[in-house]
Design a protein around this ligand. Structure first.
Ligand code: GLA
Length: 391
C-alpha cells in the first residue's frame, strides 16, 4: 500500500472519519556546504523524493491528537500544555511529538492561529539518516496549520519558524538549511542558499549526472549534544578571532589567508572546527561557477575534500560513513562522494554518471557489505518540490 493510502486508512480507523486534507514535505540531501549554515555560509541542498505525509482535519476537542503511523504511537497536546511539554494525561510528550508541538508553539507565539487537529503521519525519509526527517515533519505540520489557520506565509518564513521550533522547543541549535530545502524545494533543481542574506537561486546538474544516496544504516547517537558543541566551537572561534579581526560577525567573514595567519591563536580543537568551516565556505563559493560550466569533475573533487574535512577536522564522520565514501570514490563513474547532513551516521551523497549508476550501486552495496557486514540501502534521488498541500 502506498503511504498516502496507508495514512488515510489509519486515520479512518483512529478517528472514525476520513481526513479533510493531506500535506507533504520532503527531506533533503546536501551536496556542498556542510556545517556552514549556522556560520552564515553557502549551502547547496536539494529536496528529495522522500517525504513526510500528514493526513489531518481540525477538531473542536481540547487537545490535538497525533498518531505516528511508523511508530504506532499516539500523542496529544494543546496550547496550554505546550510549555510543560506534557500530554492531555500529564505524561511527558514523546520525543517525536516535540517537532509538531514545537511548530504549534512558535506559530502561537507569532500570533498565528494553530487550531487543534487530528492527524496521522508517516514518512519515508529514514529517521536519523542525515536526510532531514525532522525538518520534513516540521514543514508538513506547518502546512497543516497554515491550511486550517486562514493565514499564508512565504515558504522561507515557514522554514524560519520551523528552525525556531527546533532551536527553542526541541533544543537542537540547527541552522536554516534543512527547513529551507524542505519548504522551498524545486523539482529537478539544486538550491543554492546564502545563509546570511537568505537569498537563493536554483542550479542544475548536467542531464547525464545522477544523485545517488547511500544509507549506511548506522543511526546517529547523541547527535544534538555533539551538534551543539560544534556550533559552540565556531562561536568561540569568532570570539577569539575578533581580537585581530574586529569587524567579523561570523566565520563567513574570515578569509583562508587570515585564518592561516591567526590559526595558532586558537585552541587546537577550536582551530580544527573553524578551519573546516572557513575552507568549506571557500569550496561552496566555487559551486555555482563549476556547475554553470558543467565541470562535475572538479565539483566532485570538492565533495571528496569536504568528506576528508568533515572526517578529520570537524570530526562528525564514523567508520561506516568513511567506508561508504572511500569505496564510492574508487568506482567507475563516481565524480564525488561524501557524508551528507550533520554526520555521526546516516547517508553519503554521490554524484555518478547516469550510465554507470547501476553498476555503481551494485559494487558499492557489495563492497560496503563485505567490509562492514551491514546491508546498505542505495537509491537514485530526484530533486522534488517543497512542502505542499496535496489534498
Ligand atoms: C543538520 C542541521 C543543519 C545543518 C547540517 C549540517 O542537518 O539541521 O542546519 O547544520 O546539520 O550541514
Amino acid at each position: 500500500m502506498n503511504i498516502i493510502d496507508n495514512i488515510t486508512n489509519t486515520y479512518k480507523e483512529k478517528f472514525g472519519y476520513a481526513p479533510a486534507h493531506i500535506a507533504r514535505a520532503p527531506g533533503r540531501v546536501n551536496l556542498l556546504g556542510e556545517h556552514v549554515d549556522y556560520n552564515d555560509g553557502f549551502v547547496l541542498p536539494a529536496a528529495i523524493d522522500r517525504a513526510t505525509y500528514v493526513a489531518f482535519s481540525p477538531t473542536n476537542e481540547r487537545h490535538s491528537t497525533l498518531w505516528a503511523a511508523d511508530l504506532d504511537q499516539q500523542a496529544s497536546f494543546a496550547l496550554d500544555t505546550l510549555s510543560s511539554k506534557t500530554q492531555a494525561d500529564s505524561s511527558p510528550l514523546p520525543e517525536w511529538a516535540l517537532y509538531p508541538a514545537g511548530v504549534m508553539d512558535v506559530l502561537h507565539k507569532e500570533g498565528l492561529g494553530a487550531l487543534n487537529i487530528h492527524a496521522v503521519f508517516s514518512s519515508n525519509v529514514p529517521q536519523g539518516s542525515g536526510l532531514s526527517s525532522s525538518a520534513s515533519i516540521e514543514m508538513a505540520f506547518a502546512i497543516a496549520w497554515q491550511t486550517l489557520g486562514g493565514w499564508t506565509l512565504p515558504p522561507m518564513k515557514r522554514a524560519l519558524l520551523g528552525q525556531k521550533a527546533e532551536n527553542k522547543y526541541v533544543g537542537v541549535n540547527c541552522g536554516i538549511m534543512d527547513q529551507f530545502a524542505s519548504a522551498c524545494g524545486v523539482e529537478n533543481k539544486l538550491l543554492l542558499l546564502d545563509c546570511r542574506s537568505l537569498e537563493w537561486e536554483t542550479l542544475s546538474l548536467p542531464q547525464n549526472v545522477s544523485i545517488v544516496i547511500a544509507d549506511t544504516t548506522v543511526r546517529r547517537k547523541l547527535t544534538s549534544g555533539e551538534y551543539n558543541k560544534r556550533r559552540d566551537a565556531c562561536e568561540e572561534a569568532v570570539r577569539l578571532l575578533k581580537v585581530d579581526l574586529p569587524n567579523i560577525k561570523s566565520l563567513r567573514d574570515v578569509s583562508v589567508d587570515d585564518f592561516n595567519r591567526l590559526a595558532n591563536k586558537l585552541p587546537k580543537e577550536v582551530e580544527k572546527r573553524a578551519r573546516h568551516v572557513v575552507e568549506e565556505i571557500g569550496r561552496s563559493n566555487q559551486a555555482e561557477a563549476l556547475l554553470e560550466a558543467g565541470d562535475i569533475q572538479n565539483f566532485g573533487k570538492l565533495m571528496n575534500e569536504c568528506h576528508v574535512s568533515l572526517r578529520d577536522l570537524y570530526e562528525v564522520s564514523c567508520p561506516e560513513l568513511n567506508v561508504m565514501a572511500n569505496i564510492a570514490q574508487t568506482l567507475d563513474g563516481c565524480y564525488g562522494a561524501r557524508l551528507t547532513g550533520a554526520g555521526f551516521g546516516g547517508c553519503t551523497v554521490n554524484l555518478v554518471a547516469k550510465e554507470s549508476v547501476e553498476s555503481f550501486a551494485q559494487a558499492l552495496a557489495k563492497g560496503y557489505e563485505s567490509e562492514t557486514g551491514l546491508r546498505p540501502e542505495i537509491y537514485i534521488s530526484h530533486a522534488s518540490n517543497g512542502a505542499e498541500l496535496i489534498k
